[in-house]
Each structure stands twice: as structure tokens, then as C-alpha cells.
Write a protein that binds this ligand. Sequence first.
Ligand code: FES
Ligand code: FES
Length: 161
Amino acid sequence: MSQRFDFSVNGKPVSVALDNEATPLLNVLRNELGLMGTRFGCGLEQCGCCMVLIDGEPVKSCNRDVSTLAGKTVTTIEGIGSHERPHPLQQAFLDEQAGQCGYCLAGILISAKALLEKNPSPTRKEIALALDGNICRCGSHNRIMRAVEKAAAVMRAGERA
Ligand code: FES
Ligand code: FES
């Protein structure tokens, strides 16, 4: 028998009916809500490409049961910016061409956003630490680090303006 699960995604309330309360959030996002930006990689909390924010904290959604989300706020890559109004991180990643295949990037952008919310002026070491749970198989790490630094500078300048 199916149960309903209520939480919010990208600022909107959602209510999904599922038979299995252990259904991973990642499956709910992609299969029930049509939000395809969050990716499946390993399914074992190893790669980080399924990263989302839950109440502002970066969480790997491939192993997060839907039953734990009552009243929680989930933010996916679709919720941080759009083609028309990219987040400074998204713009910096484009400017720096910080990626090759792009498969890892949604997860990396989510982790970077969580970092910059807490720490607007991270050092390289702090950026590396914040992205430690995200694997980029294309080896774009240098450009990714540069893009995060650039976005942080743009966001700081925006706050001063
Ligand atoms: S798919 Fe979740 S960490 Fe790899
Ligand atoms: S850009 Fe290909 S895995 Fe990171």
C-alpha cells in the first residue's frame, strides 16, 4: 500500500505517493518529480554526483530515504539558477569551462554553493575540502577550483555593491 511523503523542493511543496518508504530521494527527484539535473553515479555515497541541499546542507541523495524528509527543504541544481538567470557559480563554471563531460557538475555546484553560503572567502584548501566528496572523472579539478574562487569573488563584490 502506498504512503504519501510531503516535503519541499526548490521552494515548492511536493507530495509523492510511494510503496516503499526506503525509496532514495534521488529516485524521487528523477522519476517522480522529473528533475533530471541530479545524477546517479555510484549509488553508494562515493561519487557525489547526486548531491542536493537538505535544509542548506549538502547531502548525497542516492542513499537518503524519502521517509526522512518530512518537513525538510530540498534544493536541487534546478533550484539554484536557470539559463536566463544563472547563479554566479554556474556563470563562473561556464566562463572557466570548468568541466568536460559535465556529469559531476551538478553535485559539485551544490557542494560549492553550500560552502560559499557559509564561507564567502574560502581558501584553496577549504574549497578542496568542501569538494572532497565529489569525484570528477575527467580531472577538471584545477578549472573547477578556479571557477569556485571566481564565483566567490563575484558574490563578494555583489554584496559590497
Ligand atoms: S550516486 Fe550518490 S554518491 Fe554516487
Ligand atoms: S567533468 Fe566529467 S566527470 Fe567531471
